[in-house]
Unconditional design. Structure first.
Length: 580
């Protein structure tokens, strides 16, 4: 593609800091010189911020120290001036109570880092679940040219000759350990073999889902999300990303030209076809709203009804992992397979339409990336349920649960806290049957706080001992994208703010009907009115700091859990104060 220069060096944003012959310009230049740079390093060149979410406590991003240097190499090759800027790491593995509580903090940090510093364009380096939406939300609001660099999935896990999938097999073998079917030695072997390299989860969990969404939305080099983190192609992609962001600055290719309604629809369609994480719903809604695109739960459900799952990747699939997906052709091949369902004119960070990138895509294994005539599930990955238990919506992943629960009813077994639920499921005398509906409430955006990944409620040991491995479970929490089972999540409004889930009692009959998208409690309306009158709002969780700010301004799950004051209607997203 021929480079289309639409900016001059004097029009660079960074020129406001470095080109002026006044005292402020002197101060900015002298401080660059303090670090050993001279005018030949920065004068007339785009200054590229590299926002890296590296941390010693984020194993998914352990390679980012090296990838930053790869990006810098590309920026320098293209005539730019690279600067690394650390950002909140949001390690899914170690942060408590949940990284979801801090996604918006990363988004705020990203926006303010960009807005406050002399950067002409940014490379966003993320991959672990919330880093992708957090970085992109902030960059969308800041409005400068941006490109996303996905961390890439780790290698397949391995134990005793069996491929292990991060998360998915942890849940599976933990139930077997609780059931007494595997030994301590086997458990230790699984623990050591399930995550064998840097990179994010290699199942189609939240990390792989969100990087694929960024890719399909046009925010990465097309197909970049599929490359395994340890693959040499990932290094080359990182340098290419560095070169491309410099070109984007000269072209003034800003994210508002890329993240359009068509791009958001492409991303949602691709997500459905991959067998995406349920978390994709919340993040897609939040990202779209930051871009001013009116995406709703109903829109996602409509796509889910018509888009088959064709990526045979765990947990929706039974065998393959992201490494297999890459070898089979990766996201380019999957998008090529559903090209008739995509807007191929949508612009990408390459400066070209999506269709151009898909022109030569090939599928090398049609069991991993299935044809539309042979999907692993005939409808999309997600379904949105509504009813008197979830008037604003709830989400389930039908492809990842036993089909007998697609239409089901049974008595509720209700828990008001995670510790109570955790203790009960270990009690082998618990009065529970396979028909019961386990319920955990007060675990939503405010109740959790932050919607922890508690929604895949552990199976009661009493049922495990009887050979059962799935049951209907219901919560206003989220679950890991690597999870599976008949889990209804994101019930909105949540119980903590008085949603109907707060009124449910032990023994009430809960009915689910996925084909008709219903979720109801079979309780008389007069009885519900009486329960409503007796309900008391729980005490606030925070009295100060970020938690207080979060609780004061976060939206419910059906709106994306963003802060109300960060949406475009609160002011022009690209507006900047006069810093001079």
């Amino acid at each position: 593609m021929s480079l289309k220069i639409s900016k001059t060096p004097g029009e660079l944003r960074s020129a406001r800091w470095f080109a002026s012959e006044d005292l402020r310009g002197f101060g900015h230049r002298s401080r660059l010189m303090q670090m050993g740079y001279d005018a030949g390093d920065w004068a007339g060149k785009p200054l590229i911020g590299i926002l890296s979410t590296w941390s010693d406590l984020n194993p998914c991003h352990a390679h980012f120290k090296h990838r930053v240097e790869d990006v810098k190499r590309g920026v320098l090759q293209a005539g730019g001036f690279p600067v690394e800027m650390p950002a909140l790491a949001l390690s899914e593995n170690f942060m408590k109570p949940t990284t979801m509580l801090y996604r918006n903090l990363l988004a705020m940090e990203t926006e303010e880092q960009i807005r406050a510093h002399p950067v002409d364009g940014v490379v966003l380096m993320g991959g672990c679940d919330k880093t992708t939406p957090g970085l992109i939300m902030g960059a969308l609001s800041a409005g400068v040219p941006m490109i996303y660099l996905p961390a890439g999935p780790m290698l397949r896990g391995n134990y005793a000759g069996q491929h292990l999938g991060s998360g998915s097999d942890a849940w599976k073998y933990w139930d077997e350990r609780r059931a007494g079917t595997i030994s301590d030695k086997e458990w230790i072997g699984i623990e050591a073999g399930i995550a064998r390299s840097y990179g994010h989860c290699m199942t189609m969990g939240t990390a792989s889902t969100m990087t694929a969404i960024a890719d399909a939305m046009g925010l990465t080099l097309t197909g970049a999300s599929s490359i395994p983190a340890p693959d040499a192609n990932h290094i080359r992609m990182s340098a290419q990303t560095g070169r491309r962001i410099v070109e984007m600055v000269w072209e003034d290719l800003t994210p508002d030209r890329i993240v359009t309604p068509a791009a958001v629809r492409n991303a949602a369609t691709v997500a459905m076809a991959t067998g995406c994480s349920t978390n994709a719903v919340i993040h897609l809604l939040a990202m779209a709203r930051r871009a001013g695109v009116a995406l709703t739960l109903d829109d996602l459900d409509a796509l889910g009804r018509t888009t088959p799952v064709i990526a045979n990747i765990r947990p929706s699939g039974k065998i393959y992992l992201m490494e297999d997906f890459y070898y089979a052709g990766g996201l380019l091949a999957l998008m090529s397979q559903i090209r008739e369902r995509l807007d191929l004119d949508a612009l990408t960070v390459s400066g070209e339409a999506l269709g151009a990138a898909l022109a030569d895509a090939k599928i090398y294994n049609d069991d991993v990336i299935r044809p539309l005539s042979n999907p692993i599930y005939p409808e999309g990955s997600l379904a949105v349920l509504k009813g008197n238990l979830a008037p604003d919506g709830a989400v389930i992943k039908p492809a990842a649960c036993d089909p007998r629960f697609h239409v089901h009813q049974g008595p509720a077994l209700v828990f008001d806290s995670y510790p109570d639920m955790k203790a009960a499921v270990e009690d082998e005398t618990l009065d529970v049957t396979p028909d019961h509906v386990m319920v955990l409430r007060n675990a939503g955006p405010l109740g959790g706080p932050g919607m922890p990944e508690w929604g895949m409620l552990p199976m009661p040991k009493a049922l495990l001992k009887q050979g059962h491995r799935d049951m209907l479970r219901l919560s206003d929490a989220r679950m890991s994208g690597t999870s599976y089972g008949a889990c209804v999540l994101h019930v909105a409004p949540e119980a903590h703010v008085g949603g109907p889930l707060a009124l449910l009692r032990n023994g009430d009959i809960v009915r689910i009907d996925i084909p008709n998208r219903r979720l109801d409690m079979l309780v008389d309306e007069v009885e519900l009115i009486q329960r409503r009158a007796a309900w008391m709002k729980p005490a606030d969780r925070f009295g100060r700091g970020y938690g207080w700010m979060y609780a004061s301004h976060v939206s419910q799950a059906d709106k994306g859990c963003d802060f109300d004051y960060l949406l475009p209607e609160f002011g022009p997203a690209a507006g900047e104060p006069d810093i001079f």
